[in-house]
Design a protein. Sequence first.
Length: 195
Amino acid sequence: MPPSSILLLPGWNNSGPSHWLSRWEAVHGFQRVEQHDWLRPLRGDWISRLEDVLLTGSQEEPVVLVAHNLGCQLVAAWASHSKNTHRVKAALLVATSDPEREALRPVLRSWSPVAMQRLPFISVLVGSENDPYCSAERARQFATAWGADWVSAGVRGQLNADSQLGDWPEGHAHLQTLRAQVQTLTRTGTAFYAY
C-alpha cells in the first residue's frame, strides 16, 4: 500500500508541525487533505474537498483515512452522503470532536446534526478519557453508531501535540493493523459490508 493511499484529515485549525499527523506526513509521506478554510469549517465545503481528493487519486489503490478531531466528523458526514465510499477501505479515527457540545456549537453549527450512520468500511476510534472537546462517553456513542472499534488511550487530553505523543507509535500500530486488514481483504477479494 503506497503512502499516497493514506489520506490525513486534520481537524479544526489544522495540525501544527509537532502534531503526530504532521509528523506522519513528514516521515511516511502520507497525503494531507488541505481544506480551504481551517478556521471557519463548513461541513459541506469539507465534504466536497475530501470527495475531490478521493476522485482525483489513483482508482486502483484502496484508501485508508486517518482523521483527527473534526476530521472524524468529516469521515462520518462524507460517508453518509458520498456515492464513492467504495474508494475507502478503512479509517483510523482519533479524538473525535463533538460538534453538538454547547461550547462548540457557535463555531461548528453546520456540523449538526452529527452523522450517526454505520460506516461502510472497517474503522477504529481511539479516544482519550479526558478529551476537552468530546467526553469519553459521547465518543463511545459515536464508535457504536459508526460501527468502529473503540480503543481508550487513557488520560491523554486531546491526543494532539499538547499530549506530547511525538510520532505516536501506538497510533501508528493501529494504522498498521488496519492496513494489514485492508490488504487481506483485497487479496482475498472479501468485501466489507455494514449491517
